[in-house]
Structure formats: C-alpha cells, structure tokens
Design a protein around this ligand. Structure first.
Ligand code: ADP
Length: 460
C-alpha cells in the first residue's frame, strides 16, 4: 500500500498556482513596460523633432529672403561658437557644418520631407531630415539623438529596479495567499489519506472557518464520515451478533446429527449415512466460519487479550514450515525457510503462528505443482520482518483492494478450499500487535506478503 505525501502535494499545488499567477503578472508587467518605453521613446523623438524644426525654421527665415550669404555667415558663427557640435547641417549638399561623424553617401539618399534615423561612423545615432530652403535649394539638418537614447536607457533601468522587487514581492504574497487558501483542501486530503491508509473512520477534517464554502464542505465530509462509520459499525455488529447467536444452535444441531449417526448407524442405508456425514461436515464448516468471524471481530475491536511472551522468530518460522511440509509435498510445491537466529520479539506466540500459518497455507494453496514457497524472518530497523513469497497464480490487480475483506474470495481461488477469512484474521492479528501487513503480487508470477512487527510491543 503506498501513501501519498499529501502535505507536499498540497504545497506543490500552492506553488504551481503562485508560479502561474507570477508568470501572468510578469507578462502583464512586461507588456506595460514595453508600452511605457515606446511612449517614452516617441515623446523623446518628438522633442528632437521640435528642436530640429525650430532651428530649421530660423534658417529658412534667414534664407527666405534670398540672403544665402547671411545664412552661411550665421552658420559660420555658430560653428565657431561651438553651437553646432551636436548637429549636422548641409546646404545644397556641399556646404557642411557641425559634427563630422556622418557619411556623405547615406545623407544623399534622404528624400526631401522625410525623417530618418541614421548611425554615424562613430556609432552614435542621429535624427536627420531634408527640407527645402527656398530658391530651389535643400537643407539637410540632423541632431545627435544619443543623449536621448541614454536618457531612455536610464529610464529603463529605473523601471526595472522598481518593477523587479515589486514583482518578487507580489509573487511571495500570492504564494502566501494561495497556501492559506489551499490549507482547508490540504486538511481534507490529509484526512481522506489517513482514513485510506489506516482504515480508521474516526478521523475528522479540521474546520477552520465554518462560514466559508470550504468550511461547510469540511463539515459535510465530517457528517458523511459519521454516517459511514455508523453504517459500517452497524453492519459489523449485526454480522457479529448473527455469528454469535448461530453458534449455540449450530453446535446443538451438529451434536444431534452425530448422536443420530452413532445411535442408528447399523439401521441406516449407505445413502442416509452419507447424508448425515455430509451434514455434520457442513455444520463443522459453518462453525469454523463463525469462529473465524468472531475471532476477527474480537481482534479488530481490541477485545482479544494478547498473551505476550518472548518469541523466537526462527523457531516460529521452522514450526510453521514443519506444519506445512507434508501439505506442500503433497501439492508438489517446495517449501524453503530462511530465518536469522537470535531474533526475538514480544508477541502472542499462538496468534502469530496462526497468522503466519494462514499466509503459508494460502501460498501453498495458490501455487501450482513445481512451484516454490519461501518463508523468511529477519530483523530490520528494530522491526521483525516476516515474509511469505510464492511463485503461484498471483492476485488480480482488481482483487487486491479487497483481499483483506471478510468473506472475500478472488476469482482465481474459486476452485480451491477456503472461507475468505484467512487474510482478514492475519491482518487483525498483526494490527493488534501494532504491526502492519503489505503485499506485492503479479498475476501468474507469484505473490509476496510481508508482516512487520515492532520487536517490543507498543501497547502490551
Ligand atoms: P481464502 O480462504 O480464499 O484463501 P483469504 O482471506 O486467505 O481467503 O484470501 C483472500 C483471497 O486473496 C483469496 O481468495 C485469493 O484470491 C487471494 N490470495 C490470498 N493469498 C494469495 C496468494 N498467496 N496467492 C494468490 N492469491 C492469494
């Protein structure tokens, strides 16, 4: 039986949820940052255009009256005064002013009226346009856009420095919130898992907030568990009462039949004698079922008084093997044992022998001729590990959840004798000792049952 670590599963869901929300939030922030960046870039470019436009207008005004020489004079003066260091200006393509970091060829290609962003020979970026100056001449005018670009980069870093910690904080908060929100679901799943693994229907889901939807769900699950518990107890009790009440009349019936058989034997026809004999046998069989049912009920309700004593595990294993040696030989199955000497535990020897014998009985019964059964005992982590492995027919995967139920018999076992109570008794005895039983099985390959018992009883 494997148990799911529900707590980590619960927090994994919380982590997954906050991870998804974190990714969505990151994408939303990224989209917002891109939009802000684009708007910023556009507004900075607009400022450059305005600056170029204002200067151009001034030059057009000067040149507009056909006073080209005056324009050259102004430009010469501005050049000398260092006012054109961040500019490129060309009049009629041959008179050039300003920085000398641009390529003549690429400037020639700019059409009149168009705006263009150009890379200069030193890697700087320039915003350039060509406009009519009047008198059939053009002016090419451009401004170094690199300062604006670095300004834009600074904004980008500032946004990143602000947004990244905010995003991290939001993800952490979301993680906290999702963990809190999922806690009632974790409680629910833990309770269901504990009922599944321990079969203890008395477990209840913790109700944190009775008014919330999840609180109401938890209360409903608890109500359902109470109803199921009552039904199961009712069913068991009636089965046990029936078993108990049937025992005495059945014993009387068998006694009567036996007396009848003995008293009237010579007068009976063979058919009558056979019928009486069969009836006595059936009575014994029903008595065995009732006895087993009551034993299981007692062990499950904790009514069984275990007679604790020091038990030698190797001796127990050899005794059970000896008991079944003949049956195994008859069935053509070889029975092997391997038990470490010196392993001792506190246990009720008779009941433990009965449990182990039931497992060996099954192993021999469900193993075809030529097969093998191994009975082993070893000490592992302070526990006694008793195992019974066979190379038999195996258990159908669909039967495995039911094999410990009372009166359950697998389809494969229909042809063999049995009451469907052996494993229920084994489990009841093992659990009464504070131990557990597990099994692995593959159809047509065999089964392996393992009993783990604390070497010192937890509740003597
Ligand atoms: P039964 O009297 O039928 O053996 P048990 O309670 O001992 O009843 O076992 C329940 C069912 O589990 C069996 O009917 C059988 O289908 C299956 N089973 C138990 N042990 C084995 C085994 N060693 N190999 C195959 N099937 C097994």
């Amino acid at each position: 039986m494997s148990s799911v670590p529900t707590d980590s599963a619960g927090s994994a869901t919380g982590r997954l949820l906050s991870l998804r929300l974190g990714v969505v939030l990151a994408l939303a922030i990224l989209a917002l940052v891109i939009i802000v960046d684009q708007l910023l870039g556009r507004s900075l470019a607009d400022r450059d255009r305005d600056l170029i436009g204002a200067r151009l207008e001034n030059y057009q005004r000067i040149a507009g009256h056909g006073e080209l020489d005056k324009l050259f004079g102004v430009l010469d003066e501005e050049q000398r005064g260092g006012l054109l260091d961040a500019w490129i200006i060309a009049v009629a393509n041959d008179r050039r002013y300003g920085a000398s970091v641009w390529q003549q060829a690429s400037l020639r290609e700019i059409e009149t009226g168009a705006w263009q962003s150009l890379a200069a020979t030193d890697g700087s970026r320039w915003l350039v346009t060509r406009r009519p100056l009047g008198a059939g001449m053009d002016m090419l005018i451009g401004l170094d856009a690199t300062p604006r670009q670095s300004q834009r980069n600074e904004y980008r870093w500032a946004i990143a420095a602000l947004v990244l910690p905010l995003w991290l904080l939001a993800v952490l908060l979301m993680n906290q919130v999702s963990r809190r929100t999922l806690r009632p679901i974790r409680d629910l799943s833990d309770t269901v898992e504990s009922i599944r693994s321990s079969r203890d229907l008395s477990a209840r889901v913790q109700i944190r907030d009775p008014a919330s939807e999840l609180g109401r769900l938890a209360a409903q699950v608890n109500g359902m568990l109470i109803t199921i518990g009552d039904l199961v107890t009712g069913m068991r009790e009636s089965l046990d009462h029936v078993a108990h009440d049937l025992r005495t009349p059945l014993a009387r019936l068998r006694l009567n039949l036996e007396q009848q058989l003995i008293a009237t034997d010579p007068a009976l026809t063979p058919a009558q004698a056979r019928a009486l004999g069969d009836s006595i046998e059936e009575c014994s069989r029903i008595e065995a079922i009732l006895r087993a049912l009551l034993e299981i009920a007692e062990a499950e309700y904790g009514l069984t008084r275990l007679q604790y004593s020091r038990v030698d595990a190797a001796r127990l294993v050899h005794e059970v093997a000896e008991l079944y040696q003949f049956v195994a030989e008859e069935a053509g199955v070889s029975l092997h044992t391997a038990a470490k000497e010196g392993i001792e535990l506190e246990a009720d020897e008779n009941r433990l022998r009965q449990a182990l014998a039931n497992l060996v009985d099954n192993a021999v019964k469900y193993t075809p001729r030529g097969g093998e059964v191994r009975l082993e005992a070893e000490s592992r982590n302070g526990e006694l590990l008793l195992s019974v492995a066979d190379t038999g027919v195996g258990i159908d995967p669909s039967d495995r959840p039911h094999i410990y139920e009372r009166l359950f018999r697998g389809d494969r076992s229909r042809g063999s004798s049995g009451l469907g109570l052996g494993l229920s008794l084994v489990r009841a005895v093992v659990e009464a000792h504070g131990g557990r039983i597990t099994e692995t099985s593959a159809p047509e390959q065999g089964s392996r049952f393992e009993i783990r018992l604390p070497q010192r009883p937890t509740s003597p």
